[in-house]
Design a binder for this molecule. Structure first.
Ligand code: FAD
Length: 539
C-alpha cells in the first residue's frame, strides 16, 4: 500500500511556487531536521525518503537538479549483468529488486526492454545463456521476462542490423531503461509535494560547526548572490564525485584532515540515428576486443552507444571525451553492426563521471560501507556522506543514509520503513493504467508527462511545436512546475534534445529563450547554452 500522504500527492493540483517564495521558506522555516547537499539521484532519493518519514527537509543543489552524473547514465535500470560475472550475487539481487520498484513507481519514465547478446564464438550462447538464467533466478518474482536462447535467424529478426558474418546465435534477456533526468525531476517534485524544500542554483559554500559538531550550512542564491544560513540536526553530503570537497570543508571546521575517498572514472556515450540500429531491442556486447562491455540502446528515437571507463584526476563540470574513447566506441560498434557509424554520424556526445570509492584501507578511516557498491560514512563532526552506487539503487541507498543518520543520533527515529517502495512518483497513474505506456525507445512527446498530460495541454502553446517532441507548452511547463531557469535546463534535462541532437538543440535555443523570459523574467543564458552545446558535438 502506498502511504496515505504519498497517494494523496498524486491528486494534488500541481504546485508552482516562485523562486523568491522558496527562498522565503528557506529563511523562515528552519531549523531543519535534514540538510542535503547535492540534487542528483542520491540526494533527491534521500530527500523523498526523509520527507515521507515526516522529517523537515531542505535540499541544496549548486547547479540544476541532475546536472552532474545523474543525467549522463546509459539509461539502464538494471541488476548489473557485469557484477554477476564478478560473482557479486547480493549486489545483483538488491539491484534487481530495486529495478522492479522503480519500474512500478514511474512507469511513464522507466520500462522493461529486451536485450540481445549476439554470439560469434561457439561457446558464447551456452555460457552467457546459463549466466542469464541465473540472473532470472536472482530476480525471482521481480523478473521482467524469461531469458531465451536464440538461433542466428532469431537474432537477426530482433536486431536486423547485427553484423551477419560469423553470427552463430545469441541470448535474449530483460532489463529496464529510463529517462534519468526526468526521473530526477519527478523525484524532486514528489519530495516537494511531501513538504521538502528544494533549491537549484544554490551552492553550499561553507559548513557551520559548534562544539565539534556540524550544525548547518551556508549557501548562496546563484541568481541574486545573497547568502543564507541554514541550521539542521543532520547534514548529508550527497555530492557524487564532488563529495571530497565538502568533506574537506567539514574536516577543516573541526581541525582535521579528510583523506579523499573518490577516484573518478569517466564514461562516454555517442548518439546516432536509428538508421544504424532500427530495433526495439537493445544490444549488449559482453566482451569487446579489450574485454569491456558495449551497449547499443534505442532511446527516445535515437540510439545510445557506450560506454567507456577511463580514470581521470580532475572533476570538470563538462568533461570532454578523449579521442581514444570515441574511436573505441565507433570501432566496436562497427564490429557488431552491419552499418558502421562514423564521427560525422554522431548527433550528440556526453560524458559522465563515476564516483568510484577507494577501498577503506587506503583511506585509513573508520567507515561504514553498507554495501559493496555504495558507501555511507559519518565524519567526526557527524556529517553523513553517501557516494558510489548506481541510479537503479538510489532508493535503497536513501534508506541506508536515513538509517545511518539515526544510528549516529543526528536524527530521532520516526518510522522503520520509509514508504518509498510504494510511493508512485509525480506523473505516474494512481492505479493500474488501461493504456500501455509508450516505449522509452520511441521519440519524445507528451507521453513522458504521464498523468500530467492534461495539465501540459492546458498551457498556452500546446500545439506549437519548436521541433519534434518539444512544444511551447513544454517549455512553459518546465518553467512553472519543473524548476527550470535556463535554456540549458530545458534543452538538456526537461527535454533531452541536447543529449539526442546537439545541433538541433542549438537551432531551437532562441525560441526556448524567448518563452523562458516570458515565464521567469530572468536571463535564460542563451549564449551560455550555445557555448555549452559545443561540448556535445564532435569537432
Ligand atoms: C557513464 C555512466 C553511465 C552510467 N549508467 C548507469 C545506468 O545505466 N544505470 C544506473 O543505474 N546507473 C548508471 N550510472 C551510475 C549513476 O548515474 C550514478 O550512480 C548516479 O547518477 C550518481 O548520482 P549522485 O546523486 O550520487 O551524483 P550526481 O548526479 O553527480 O549529483 C551530485 C550533485 O551534487 C551537486 N553538488 C556538488 N557540489 C555541491 C555544492 N557545494 N553544493 C550543492 N550541490 C553540490 C552537483 O552539482 C550534482 O548535481 C552511470 C554512471 C556513469 C558515469
Amino acid at each position: 500500500m502506498c502511504p496515505r500522504s504519498c497517494e494523496w500527492g498524486l491528486f494534488i493540483v500541481i504546485s508552482t511556487m516562485s523562486r523568491a517564495a522558496l527562498f522565503e521558506r528557506l529563511s523562515s522555516e528552519g531549523p531543519f531536521d535534514l540538510a542535503i547537499i547535492g540534487g542528483g539521484a542520491t540526494g533527491l532519493g534521500v530527500a523523498l525518503d526523509a520527507a515521507l518519514r515526516g522529517y523537515k527537509v531542505v535540499l541544496l543543489e549548486s547547479h540544476d537538479f541532475a546536472k552532474g552524473t545523474s543525467s549522463r547514465a546509459t539509461k539502464l535500470v538494471h541488476g548489473g549483468v557485469r557484477y554477476l560475472a564478478q560473482g557479486n550475487v547480493s549486489l545483483v539481487r538488491e539491484a534487481l529488486h530495486e529495478r522492479a520498484v522503480l519500474l512500478r513507481n514511474a512507469p511513464h519514465l522507466a520500462q522493461p526492454i529486451p536485450f540481445v547478446m549476439p554470439s560469434y564464438r561457439w561457446w558464447e550462447t551456452a555460457f552467457y545463456g546459463l549466466g542469464l538464467k541465473l540472473y532470472d533466478l536472482l530476480a525471482g518474482a521481480s523478473a521482467l521476462g524469461a531469458t531465451e536462447f536464440l538461433s542466428r535467424a532469431e537474432v537477426l529478426a530482433r536486431v536486423p542490423q547485427s553484423k551477419q558474418a560469423g553470427l552463430r546465435g545469441g541470448v535474449q534477456y530483460w532489463d529496464g531503461q529510463f529517462d534519468d533526468a526526468r526521473l530526477a525531476l519527478a523525484l524532486a517534485r514528489t519530495a516537494e509535494q511531501q513538504g521538502a524544500l528544494l533549491l537549484n542554483y544554490c551552492p553550499v559554500t561553507a559548513l557551520r560547526h559548534e562544539a565539534g559538531r556540524v550544525v548547518g550550512v551556508q549557501c548562496r542564491d546563484g541568481e541574486t548572490g545573497q547568502s543564507y544560513e541554514v541550521r539542521a540536526s543532520c547534514v548529508v553530503n550527497a555530492t557524487g564525485v564532488w563529495v571530497d570537497a565538502i568533506r574537506a570543508m567539514d574536516a577543516q571546521g573541526v581541525d582535521q584532515v579528510a583523506e579523499p575517498m573518490v577516484t573518478p572514472s569517466q564514461g562516454v556515450h555517442l548518439v546516432v540515428d536509428r538508421s544504424f540500429f532500427n530495433a526495439e531491442h537493445a544490444l549488449l556486447v559482453p566482451s569487446t576486443a579489450d574485454g569491456r562491455v558495449l551497449f547499443a540502446v534505442p532511446w527516445l528515437g535515437k540510439v545510445i552507444l557506450g560506454t567507456t571507463d577511463t580514470p581521470r584526476q580532475d572533476l570538470p563540470r563538462e568533461p570532454e571525451p578523449f579521442e581514444a574513447e570515441v574511436d573505441f566506441i565507433l570501432r566496436e560498434a562497427g564490429r557488431y553492426l552491419e552499418k558502421a557509424p562514423t564521427r560525422a554520424d554522431v548527433r550528440s556526445v556526453w560524458v559522465g563521471l563515476r564516483p568510484l570509492v577507494k577501498p577503506q584501507r587506503e583511506r585509513g578511516e573508520n567507515t561504514k560501507g553498507l554495501s559493496r557498491e555504495h558507501t555511507v560514512l559519518s565524519s567526526a563532526s557527524g556529517m553523513v556522506t553517501v557516494t558510489g552506487g548506481k541510479w537503479t539503487t538510489y532508493r535503497a541507498m536513501a534508506e541506508d543514509v536515513l538509517a545511518q543518520c539515526v544510528r549516529t543520533g543526528a536524527l530521532q527515529a520516526r518510522s522503520v520503513s520509509s514508504g518509498t517502495a510504494d510511493c508512485r512518483l509525480v506523473g505516474a497513474q494512481a492505479g493500474p493504467s488501461a493504456v500501455a505506456p509508450v516505449a522509452m525507445t520511441q521519440p519524445p512527446g507528451a507521453h513522458l508527462y504521464g498523468s500530467e498530460q492534461a495539465a501540459l495541454h492546458a498551457l498556452p502553446g500546446a500545439e506549437v511545436w519548436l521541433c519534434e517532441g518539444l512544444s511551447e507548452a513544454m517549455v512553459r511547463f518546465a518553467a512553472r512546475y519543473e524548476f527550470a531557469r535556463t535554456v540549458e535546463d530545458v534543452l538538456a534535462r526537461r527535454s533531452r534534445l541536447l543529449f539526442l541532437d546537439a545541433r538541433q538543440a542549438v537551432s531551437v535555443a532562441p525560441a526556448v529563450a524567448q518563452i523562458l523570459v516570458q515565464e521567469t523574467g530572468f536571463d535564460p543564458q542563451l549564449d551560455g547554452f550555445k557555448a555549452l552545446a559545443q561540448h556535445y558535438s564532435l569537432p
